[in-house]
Write a protein that binds this ligand. Structure first.
Ligand SMILES: NC(=O)c1ccc[n+]([C@@H]2O[C@H](COP(=O)([O-])OP(=O)(O)OC[C@H]3O[C@@H](n4cnc5c(N)ncnc54)[C@H](OP(=O)(O)O)[C@@H]3O)[C@@H](O)[C@H]2O)c1
Length: 258
């Protein structure tokens, strides 16, 4: 049995588009309110306008910078007068074979996906402590464990595996504060995630991906990820969804890209 979200406030990092926007919309549709964080102000403003200013409040910030995150989180808690949860969703990837990895791309993935999650948890714990059903949800990726997701994502997948291992210790450490911790491991759904990928690197990754079999799975959309997050945060006190993996399940031949 799940609990109502009425009036509860959740921070969603990377809330301006893709999974984050879908998570935010789902929480709001079920009675919650959201504080959205992303770097680009225009995207954030658009997301807040879409959801409505009564239920969404945006603060620009980079999850890889602890100071900017602390002040963004405080601004959100002050705006609503409460904070009930954090969804660590901001993330990015650059496909590249190990031999060709570029230092800046490696660091950007580690800073955003892993350190960003660590810093956001650090900033959120004191603000969540004392709440009646506080929650932290960390978004991983099926690519941390499944080779058939897409190729040449060694660093991205490793940052997500690190998030999962970090989440295990986090869960134990904040248990005495009554903070429920969940790791959600989604498979692929269409977003702008690959929009910035270098075309050659993307093609090489897709070519290599064909070596892992002739089929791929489709059928999941961002709304399913939103529902998964809501399921996790609306568990009653004393119950936590530790790990939830959700993947597309409609088998079809892999598409060849030229
Ligand atoms: N799409 C998939 O198939 C898939 C599958 C499994 C897991 N995931 C995970 O799901 C999460 C969301 O992915 P998505 O597909 O929705 O990606 P997306 O469409 O590219 O959206 C990423 C969001 O994160 C924000 N962001 C990126 N870097 C940030 C930073 N350093 N600080 C603050 N915000 C930042 C972006 O806004 P700004 O650029 O304005 O900062 C944007 O709001 C990621 O963690 C991803 O690894 C995605």
């Amino acid at each position: 049995m799940t609990t109502a979200l009425d009036g509860r406030v959740y921070i969603v990092t990377g809330g301006s588009r893709g999974f984050g926007l879908a998570i935010a919309k789902d929480l709001v549709e079920h009675g919650g309110r959201v504080g959205l964080i992303s770097r680009n102000t225009a995207g954030l403003d658009q997301a807040v306008a879409e959801i409505g200013t009564d239920h969404a409040f945006g603060v620009s910030g980079d999850v890889g910078h602890i100071d900017s995150i602390r002040s963004a989180f405080e601004a959100i808690k002050n705006h609503y007068g409460r904070l009930d949860g954090l969804v660590n969703n901001a993330g990015m990837a650059w496909p590249n074979p190990v031999e060709n990895l570029v230092e800046q791309e490696v660091l950007a993935q580690v800073n955003t996906n892993f350190l960003g999650t660590v810093f956001c948890c650090q900033a959120a714990i004191p603000l969540l402590r004392g709440g009646d059903n506080p929650r932290i949800v960390n978004i991983s990726s099926a690519s941390a464990w499944h080779y058939d997701e897409i190729s040449h994502l060694s660093i991205y997948a490793a940052t997500k595996a690190a998030v999962e291992r970090f989440t295990r210790d986090l869960r134990l450490e904040v248990q005495q504060d009554n903070i429920g911790v969940t790791c959600i491991r989604p498979g692929g759904a269409i977003t702008d995630f690959a929009a910035q990928w270098n075309a050659d690197g993307f093609k090489a990754a897709l070519d290599a991906w064909h070596d892992y079999g002739t089929y791929m799975d489709m059928g999941m959309d961002v709304g399913h990820v939103g529902e998964s997050v809501r399921y996790a945060v609306s568990q009653p006190p004393g119950v936590a969804v530790d790990l939830l993996e959700i993947r597309p399940n409609m088998r079809m031949p892999k598409v060849k890209f030229d």
